[in-house]
Ligand binder design. Structure first.
Ligand SMILES: N[C@@H](CCC[C@H](N)C(=O)O)C(=O)O
Length: 296
């Protein structure tokens, strides 16, 4: 692998940024150590995670979804760990497929470890690559357990929400209460999240309008988290006494993140939709000497 010229792109969705590695036939090995080097913001390309783009038929974890979705998002966190789902990542993944001429704007399906996700790439008058991207994220699960998140000697109750990946949503008085978030905030009881958790800190901004900061499992504090924004919107709706399954009406929340804005809608059947931007920033090739050193 070290002598090959491997292509990469850089993209982001509300500043949750990714190194995109196209590998249609699933030929590349991406050990955790290489993913972490690619995501390194000083010695690598830099990103919150890697979007490894593989045909579903060519990946053992996605083969069963190949009839429904041609492409598999093999998502990795910045530390190289594997995650089930990445909401901003799936929008950027769809944008990459459009950018590469592999799909056209409109509707498509993408395989993820959390299942197949439907994506709509809006056509935009400003030109290709500029329209908003909507993802049908599946249903939120809200297990009953109460969780506590602690930062700087203060603790808050948090809502356990699963969006394909695990979240703890804490409503705080001020986003500064999240502290510097250099390491994952402690949570209890530990047994609720045996594989770690993404933690969202949320404040109200207005009716059905909130703002959040997030500490992502495997990536640290990021500028946005799509699954986190969905978890936050559903937790806020329940807190506000809104449940589309009961009222029969969709409910939408605007979720501000440090890197921009996402709009999250929960439908009466429980499906959660997320709409936001997705941008390709650059493309190039990985230097073979760097790669050889990174994989030595
Ligand atoms: N940034 C993502 C979530 C990525 C995975 C997460 N860190 C985890 O380990 O579950 C998003 O936009 O959803």
């Amino acid at each position: 692998m070290s002598n090959e010229r491997i292509a990469f792109l850089k993209g982001h969705g509300t500043e949750n940024d990714f190194v995109i590695v196209p590998d249609p036939d699933g030929r590349l090995e991406l050990p955790a150590s290489l993913v972490a080097r690619l995501c390194d913001r000083r010695a690598g390309i830099g990103g919150d995670g890697v979007l490894h783009v593989v045909r579903s038929a060519a990946h053992p974890e996605a083969r069963a979804m190949a009839d429904e979705a041609e492409w598999f998002m093999d998502y990795r966190n910045g530390d190289g760990s594997v995650a089930e789902m990445c909401g901003n990542g799936v929008r950027v993944f769809a944008r990459y497929l459009e950018h590469a001429g592999l799909v056209e704007a409109g509707d498509l399906a993408i395989a993820t470890r959390a299942g197949v996700r439907r994506v709509h790439l809006a056509k935009d008058a400003a030109g290709p690559g500029t329209g908003e991207v909507t993802v049908t994220m599946g249903r939120a699960e809200l297990p009953e357990e109460q969780v506590t998140v602690t930062v700087g000697g203060r603790s808050w109750p948090a809502r356990n929400v699963n969006m394909g990946n695990p979240h703890a949503v804490a409503f705080v008085e001020d986003l500064d209460h999240a502290g510097d978030l250099l390491s994952a905030p402690p949570f209890s009881p530990a047994a609720v999240y045996p594989d770690g958790v993404n933690v969202e800190f949320v404040v109200d901004r207005g009716p059905r309008h909130v703002a959040m900061r997030v500490h992502e499992r495997g990536s640290g504090e990021t500028r946005s988290c799509g699954t986190g924004a969905c978890a936050v919107a559903v937790a806020a709706a329940r807190r506000d006494g809104d449940d589309p399954a009961i009222t029969g009406s969709p409910v939408s929340y605007t979720v501000d993140v440090p890197g921009g804005r996402l709009v999250i809608t929960e439908l009466p059947d429980g499906t959660v939709e997320m709409t936001g931007p997705a941008v390709i920033v650059a493309e190039g090739t990985i230097d073979p000497a760097w790669l050889a050193a990174a994989t030595a």
